[in-house]
Each structure stands twice: as structure tokens, then as C-alpha cells.
Design a protein. Structure first.
Length: 152
């Protein structure tokens, strides 16, 4: 809302499924939803995908622009998932887990499943992931500060 000057009412739901149901049913006008959940509705015509929040278009909806392409320069929000272990897990265990996960992520069937869900497989070393998490944490901390977001 800060970046666009719009005034939207945030309606809190106990999850994406009830909100998506209300969106499809016409009780709410719009929502931000994850690609794996929203893409099937967009492809079936039950919803109109307006934009994707990442920094590039998704392969499953190639005609849907990014928010930045739609007129909000600098907008980028990407959800991500990573594998973590308790602090103190022995380095050889971490190395073995990462080796196995990297092999799985390189598997063609795995990559297809992720692509079909509009998810991008990144993978990499534990150092890469640590660096990524630090950058994301710093970006979100700056966002919270810049937009004066407080706990509710």
C-alpha cells in the first residue's frame, strides 16, 4: 500500500484456503497467494492472475507480468523454503544431508514437479544458503523499519 498509494483493507484469515475460497466465491476482491495454490485457479479461468511478486515471470503463467512490470518499480517479494537442522548438528551430517538434497534437486522428475508448481529450484552449498538467509533477513528488517511495521 505504501508503494502504490492504495488503501486496502487487510482481512485476516486462518490460512490461504479459506481466503481463496472467498475470493473464488466473490466475497473478497483480491488476495496475494502462493503460485502452487493460485496457478490452477488462474489456468481454469476461476481467477484472473494480475501479477507475480517475484523479480521475474513464472513459466506456468508466462503472460502474467511481475508487480514491478505492472508499474511498481522495486517491488519484489518471494517466498522460499530451505532445509535446516538444529544448531550443533555435526558438520559431516550437514554435509551428507546437503549432498543428498542437491542430488534430489538435480533429478529431472523433481525439477519438473517444482516447475509444474511454479517453484524455482535453487539449491547450493550450506554457505550459499546461510548467505541467502542473512540477505533476506536484512532486507526484511529494512522493510519493517522503512514502513514502520509494528507487531499487532
Amino acid at each position: 500500500m505504501q508503494m502504490t498509494g492504495t488503501d486496502l483493507l487487510n482481512v485476516a484469515y486462518k490460512g490461504g484456503a479459506p481466503a481463496l475460497s472467498d475470493l473464488v466465491g466473490g466475497q473478497i476482491d483480491m488476495m496475494f497467494e502462493t503460485s502452487p495454490t493460485a496457478v490452477p485457479y488462474a489456468k481454469s479461468g476461476k481467477l484472473k492472475a494480475l501479477a507475480v511478486t517475484g523479480d521475474k515471470r513464472v513459466s506456468t503463467l508466462p503472460d502474467v507480468p511481475t508487480v514491478a512490470e505492472s508499474g511498481v518499480p522495486g517491488y519484489r517479494f518471494m517466498g522460499w523454503v530451505g532445509l535446516v537442522a538444529p544448531a550443533g548438528t555435526p558438520a559431516p551430517v550437514i554435509a551428507k544431508l546437503n549432498e543428498q538434497v542437491q542430488a534430489l534437486l538435480k533429478n529431472a522428475d523433481t525439477q519438473k514437479q517444482f516447475t509444474d508448481l511454479s517453484l524455482e529450484v535453487i539449491g547450493g552449498s550450506t554457505a550459499d544458503f546461510t548467505s541467502f538467509v542473512r540477505k533476506e533477513s536484512n532486507d526484511y528488517a529494512r522493510f519493517v523499519k522503512d514502513f514502520n511495521i509494528t507487531p499487532q
